[in-house]
Design a protein around this ligand. Structure first.
Ligand code: SF4
Length: 329
């Protein structure tokens, strides 16, 4: 039996996921060769760690135990997680600590802006825990972070990966109006598995959030991600792609679900690299501007270089449309 202990919380042992402590352990499948990653040992990794530590920042890279941390941090690509390290939801796939969060740390706004300058980031990804306890779900804090980064690093492009702001009237619009370059919100899985994997969320609400971004500010790129290996079928994934296209989503990411502990949802199977390639081909045919589908793809993986490609893809599409119009004029 696995007992999860967080040794940093007030120095008192506390289960990291109290709501999962009573659950029976699930069987863990052996990882295939294509999932293995190198241990993080580079100088760049150490430098990124120091900046994160010195500024007291929280990253999803660490909290979610992301397998790509060695590669990303070597290139100073860390995804900052705002609004604390404790989430008010308890998704079955997620390693973020759950419980009642503390007050919002307002100093975080400037610390993140300073870190972006110090790390020389051309593109930054900001995410957060779910804050169902706050009246605005943390929307104002997102806005303040975006504004602070714009002020100190005017050329840095900003990608946000937000919670769903369920039952937080006006929160989505507040964040859209801060004009991030990329508005990302992950659907995570197919609708049939929501109750099991993402019980506090609603599939059509999440989809609607992304559609709302396009309605209110079509210049913003929208992005969403799926995990596979949770028991979904290929047909269900294709249906989600269609739903996303109807909502106008530009960029789709698909990656393999990895089980953080034996108390989390089990990996049903490891999707092969060839199957990921097939997903990419299908998604491109359905009209996404960008698709990243590999076993280790995560929402923020290669987000900087992908953003550059996303912009190029939009420009090319616009030029093609102009040419088509001229041809038919
Ligand atoms: S993929 Fe994203 S979450 Fe994972 S290490 Fe890279 S930046 Fe962090």
């Amino acid at each position: 039996m696995t007992v999860l202990i967080d040794i940093n919380a007030n120095k008192k042992p506390r289960p990291r996921h109290p709501e999962k402590a009573h659950k029976p352990d699930t069987q863990v499948l052996r990882k295939p060769s294509w999932i293995r990653v190198k241990a993080p040992t580079s100088k760049g990794f150490a430098k990124t760690s120091k900046i994160v530590r010195d500024k007291g920042l929280v990253t999803v890279c660490q909290e979610a135990a992301c397998p790509n941390i060695g590669e990303c941090w070597e290139k100073a690509h860390a995804t900052f997680m705002i609004l604390g390290d404790t989430c008010t939801r308890a998704c079955a796939f997620c390693n973020i600590k759950t419980g009642l969060p503390g007050p919002v740390n307002l100093d975080e706004v400037q610390h993140i802006a300073d870190a972006v300058v110090e790390m020389g980031l051309k593109h930054v990804v900001i995410t957060s825990v779910d804050r169902d306890d706050l009246q605005d779900g943390g929307a104002d804090h997102f806005v303040n972070v975006i504004k602070a980064i714009r002020k100190s690093s005017p050329t840095t492009t900003i990608e946000i990966l937000t919670p769903d702001f369920l039952r937080k009237d006006g929160a989505i619009e507040t964040v859209i109006d801060a004009q991030p370059d990329v508005f990302n919100h992950n659907l995570e899985t197919v609708p049939r598995l929501y109750l099991k994997i993402r019980p506090g969320a609603r599939y059509f609400h999440s989809l609607r959030l992304l559609e709302r971004v396009k309605e209110r500010d079509p210049r913003q790129f929208t992005k969403s991600g799926l995990m596979v290996g949770l028991g979904e079928t290929k047909q269900e994934v294709m249906q989600v792609m269609d739903d996303m296209r109807i909502a106008g989503i530009d960029f789709l990411t698909i990656g393999q679900y990895l089980q953080p502990t034996r108390k989390h949802a089990a990996v049903e199977r490891f999707v092969t690299p060839d199957e990921f390639k097939a997903f990419e081909t299908i998604a491109r045919a359905k009209g996404f501007l960008m698709v990243s589908a590999t076993p280790l793809t995560r929402s923020s993986y290669h987000a900087d270089s992908d953003f550059a490609q996303l912009r190029t893809a939009r420009e090319k599409k616009a030029q093609t449309q102009i040419q088509v119009k001229r041809t038919h004029a």
